[in-house]
Design a protein around this ligand. Sequence first.
Ligand SMILES: Nc1ncnc2c1ncn2[C@@H]1O[C@H](COP(=O)(O)OP(=O)(O)O)[C@@H](O)[C@H]1O
Ligand SMILES: [Mg+2]
Length: 378
Amino acid sequence: MSTAATDLDAPGTGSAAPAPALRPHAEQAFAEELAALAAADDRPRPARWKMSPWAVATYLLGGTLPDGTEITPKYIGPRRVIEVAVTTLATDRALLLLGVPGTAKTWVSEHLAAAVSGDSTLLVQGTAGTPEEAIRYGWNYAQLLTKGPSRDALVPSPVMRAMAEGGIARVEELTRIPADVQDTLITILSEKTLPVPELGEEVQAVRGFNLIATANDRDRGVNDLSSALRRRFNTVVLPLPGSVEDEVDIVSRRVEQLGRSLDLPRLPDGFEEIRRVVTVFRELRDGVTADGRTKVKSPSGTLSTAEAISVVTAGLALAAHFGDGVLRPSDVAAGIQGAVVRDPSADTQIWHEYLETVVRERDGWKDFYRACREVPAR
Ligand SMILES: Nc1ncnc2c1ncn2[C@@H]1O[C@H](COP(=O)(O)OP(=O)(O)O)[C@@H](O)[C@H]1O
Ligand SMILES: [Mg+2]
């Protein structure tokens, strides 16, 4: 005999455990791997680092620990790139990750911070409107009015907190930040101190502090970084995937990870479709077909690896919810067109030309050609 009261109580009891975050931070999502690495790591650690540079690189590139623990690769690409990035963080130079959109700059920055200092959240998002306070400090006006300028009234920026804690601060899209605000970083990075004139004090960085910035070299270019600031950084360029195979590998792995977190069915046999998405993106990006025979025009969109990942993930969701769980051309066709045709007036023509001259003639691509033709034009 259940009563109305117990039925009403039921939802309340479920809320005792906090609901899982939609997107946990790297140090939460990979807590077990990080703990296993730190435990297995007997190499020297720089001051305040959670693990040695070797272990940080292994966390990013993947590997198997002596006790058999599998470390999944986060970054798929040249080992040297990660080794140089990690080494830089152990020096007095800051790290600038540079590359075209979708080359995993943000992703690598988050994982580096998580592995080195156990905290990837000390983050400043750079925009044209980023104020100086976002990099230095601000004030809590209620406290400021009652107590005057004091430590209690000061609101530290993520950078100031990283300095005080000896952690890693992250600045996203550095070159979008106005030049005079960027220059705030010069003293921080060269003197390792942040003066607070209102209090007649300074915050000195403790050992372990460093900074990772990302910048897009399509945006406006590193030229917008003043030369004084550029000298404080070691620049590491994250390359586009070198071959179709590499890019298919990246997309497959990331789609699998994302699919798992979205509770999508495992890809039984979507490999062909992934290869197709990657091939189309690469050919349009490079302006020439994979066999080097036919020139094609490049559309205005970036067609990055990151976009290939989202096209395939969206296709997989379509297949799971409205199809038979197998990824088919019709599940990715609309997504591809959406990524290619960013500017309808210029890109529609380019996409149709590509469909008619390349896709239509290609062996085994009939279904894909038909699926693309059936997508309503924008
Ligand atoms: N080489 C790579 N290895 C692993 N993941 C990659 C790679 N390239 C792109 N990605 C994936 O692309 C997505 C977007 O990358 P992101 O860091 O936002 O790019 P960026 O900041 O360079 O524009 C991430 O989910 C990342 O996993
Ligand atoms: Mg980014």
